[in-house]
Design a protein around this ligand. Structure first.
Ligand SMILES: [Zn+2]
Length: 353
């Protein structure tokens, strides 16, 4: 049950968006895939990172697995034993490929992968594989119908149909899907009993966001980079104009293409834009199933959240938690792979390539 401060509302989430504008956006995660090292970000805004300014070698995560080096779970990363974490080897279920479980989960919701995500689009595919854990969530919540929302209307329609709950948490009004909120409030109660606290990191925007938020954050990187590379002679005036006029989806694709030739769109123009900003329409926060937690560094808090179905599913995004509504021991069988990054445990899609 929800507390008195919570109430079910069928209106579109209303959050004060302005407060993020003055917050520096710091990088979060390098996401290492075989052969490609483009990092994506779920759009945490003021998130911290364990990777900012560090060389690539220091970003390598330790995979938590008991499989042999030749096993299916190979993302080109070093390995460590289960005993290094709080995940008890004996208690976890057998690992299952992400896409097997994803298709099953979507079937259960009367959806097909092809209608949810354009797998021929490399941007969509990468987004799905980086943020896709939420599609495996319990039936008590509603994952998005698409891996990339195209506009505000799509987001609004989804947020209204999925329903959400509002509560004052740590002095901030946040909005989440009802089951996610119930679990969060229960976790807060448990934490309170231990003298701990669980509060949003960065105010209301720690939870639900709008499409406009993700679009605005994108432009805080995209536009300055256009000016910078134009002044450096790497992009012509015509190219800049053309890029600005592109539909958003094509804009993201073109930016990633330019970054392959060293024309980077991050804040300091030295790395991918996706190290610090989610592609518009892709953040888990749009699904009302994510919360950036102030006390993320406290392992006791992370364990409490995990017991209530809140897990970290976007690798190296240290304050970012996703509500899955599942038991931790069941996550491997649900298509998620345990990975250690920044001394924290992440459950990421088990791509198995
Ligand atoms: Zn986040």
């Amino acid at each position: 049950m929800l507390t008195k401060s919570s109430s079910i509302s069928l209106q579109r989430p209303r959050i004060t968006r302005a407060r993020l504008s003055g917050i520096p956006l710091i990088n979060w995660a390098a996401f290492i895939l075989i052969g490609v090292a483009v990092a994506f970000n779920a759009g945490c805004g003021g998130a911290v990172s364990n990777t900012a300014g560090q060389p690539r070698e220091q970003q390598r995560e330790r995979r938590v697995t008991n499989q042999s080096p030749d096993g299916v779970n190979n993302r080109g990363t070093s390995q460590t034993k289960m005993s290094d974490t709080n995940v008890e080897k004996k208690e976890t279920t057998a690992p299952t490929p992400f896409y097997t479980q994803l298709k099953k989960a979507l079937r259960g919701r009367k959806l097909k992968l092809e209608s949810v995500c354009d797998m021929s689009n490399p941007v969509s595919r990468r987004v799905l594989e980086d943020y896709g854990a939420m599609f495996l969530a319990a039936n008590s919540v509603t994952p998005p119908p698409v891996c990339v929302f195209k506009n505000e209307e799509e987001v609004s329609e989804f947020q209204i149909s999925a329903k959400f709950t509002t509560a004052i948490v740590g002095g901030d009004q946040i909005e989440l899907q009802p089951a996610a909120m119930s679990a969060l409030l229960a976790a807060r109660e448990e934490a309170k009993g231990l003298g701990l606290n669980i509060t949003p990191r960065g105010g209301s925007e720690a939870a639900t966001r709008s499409y406009q938020d993700t679009f605005r954050l994108w432009n805080t990187r995209f536009l300055p980079a256009l000016r910078y590379w134009n002044s450096r002679g790497r992009l012509s005036k015509e190219q800049v104009t053309a890029l600005r006029r592109l539909p958003l989806g094509e804009q993201v694709r073109e930016v990633l293409e330019l970054e392959k030739s060293g024309i980077f769109f991050s804040k300091d123009f030295s790395k991918s834009i996706l190290y610090s900003i989610a592609a518009p329409g892709t953040s888990q926060h749009l699904a009302m199933l994510a919360l950036d937690v102030e006390q993320f560094a406290d392992e006791r808090v992370r364990r409490i959240l995990a017991r209530h179905g809140w897990f970290q599913t976007v690798k190296s995004d240290l304050p970012h938690f996703t509500y899955l509504g599942l038991k931790e021991k069941d996550l491997p069988a649900r298509g998620l792979l345990p990975v250690i990054s920044g001394k924290q445990l992440f459950w990421i899609p088990n791509i198995g390539e």
